[in-house]
Ligand binder design. Sequence first.
Ligand SMILES: CC(=O)N[C@H]1[C@@H](OP(=O)(O)O)O[C@H](CO)[C@@H](O)[C@@H]1O
Ligand SMILES: [Mg+2]
Length: 542
Amino acid sequence: MDSEALKKYSALHPKPAGLTLQYGTAGFRTKAEQLDHVMFRMGLLAVLRSKAVVSTIGIMVTASHNPEEDNGVKLVDPLGEMLHPSWEEYATQLANAEEGELQRIITEICQKAAVNHHKDASVFIGRDTRPSSEKLSQSVIDGISVLGGQYHDYGLVTTPQLHYMVCCRNTHGQYGKATLEGYYEKLSKAFTELIKQSPSSGESQRHLKIDCANGIGALKLSEMESYFPEEVLIHLYNDGTKEKLNHLCGADFVKVHQKPPRGLDMKPNERCCSFDGDADRIVYYYKDATGHFHLIDGDKIATLISIFLKELLAKVGQTLKMAVVQTAYANGSSTRYLEETLKVPVHCVKTGVKHLHHKAQEFDVGVYFEANGHGTVLFSKAAETKIRQLAKEEKDDEKREAAKVLENMIDLINQTVGDAVSDMLVIEAILALKGLTVQQWDAIYTDLPNRLLKVQVADRRVIDTTDAERRAVTPPGLQEKIDALVKNYKLSRAFVRPSGTEDVVRIYAEADTQENADALAHEVSLAVYHLAGGKGAPPQPM
Ligand SMILES: CC(=O)N[C@H]1[C@@H](OP(=O)(O)O)O[C@H](CO)[C@@H](O)[C@@H]1O
Ligand SMILES: [Mg+2]
């Protein structure tokens, strides 16, 4: 390592004095102007990681659904997964090192992680459409270059597209071609094959309105449109030409506020969906004839996909083990439907995609979704091999056809990470094949009314949780208080946890009516405020 060069270049990306940041649930995320040094240093870290695992590593510059002024960065591991937890710690150390300590910290990481300096390093870079992203990705490149790494800059891509590229590269093309064209071709071919067999529905069923959150999704969907079969009639809104990224629109806004985004005119019973700012989340919704808004969130997406896959797996007659992975935020009705009606095992894990992904890998077919619309399906290698073999060789027509559908689902699904474009095509294909309208999908089960709130406290780390974050262990008395409050309502449930992406404590409550869910959420937020060091004025009822 050329220490002089490191010193010189690092000085061009100085760390603001006193600033400490944490590699959280989704990498580093904060105001864009505080991130230049972090980007440079994550360029350094990506080189080390690449040398340590002798594979291409990805770096995505994005702050997803956060405001346009923010930005962030996350690293992508060789098969397109999130950065390994042991390296999150190194990322945090490197980001927070003072200028004079940088060299030492790098040496320490190299020792601890057995980085082989003789190996080549290769990094793929992508960025979202934020005004700050281009300059920040240039800082990433500076970091990569100073340690002698090779890089390929994909420029503007969705987060899942970058994950896909990294996986393609490290599987030497087995997963697909590591180009945007390769991505578009793979997905649209699988989709076209799938919907060939769908009963022809009227034209009105083919329209889909998409709120692109004024982000990257709009750009990439426009690029992809020429690959789609003509049955697909998508209409893009909030394409970023007029309004600000994520402002009053996008999947997070729609999910949190349970209302339609601005900038999308919705007629009764029209099928609509929203992407988030980096297009790794999607939620659907529609307005009924009385004007009432219906949200179809990640839980209902997981349910639709599970119903479809379960039927196919039964048809191919293999004993492949399927399970659904959720977090505590999953609506109680969804868990109950999956377990009791569909009879699919459900597992609850901690918030954050990496936890869901990890758990889903334990099954032949692992469906995972966060309620907010981030999710995908993982097929084990064994399951995939079996399905592809049946699709080719099976003599029984019905079994072979079912296997072919599964095979195309495998190709359509981005198995590296939740992907709004891929998920949307999966959903559209399932609705078309099953001849389901958005209302029929919504009616599979009825969501329990729920409310998500946040409370500011002096130090959110005073709250420690257990049981996949469903119970608070500290501060003393808090869980007992929550238990007592929950008892006052029917079909109720509530939990609190410190956010991994914002300086807040999140409160979730559900109950038999919206009024009760709101009241319970409010009472729990007061308990947090009083027992966990609330900041500012006490939370007000809604
Ligand atoms: C309740 C909620 O939606 N939490 C989100 C949010 O995490 P928090 O740790 O709750 O801030 O951001 C994560 C990253 O995008 C996402 O994985 C997660 O689902
Ligand atoms: Mg996102």
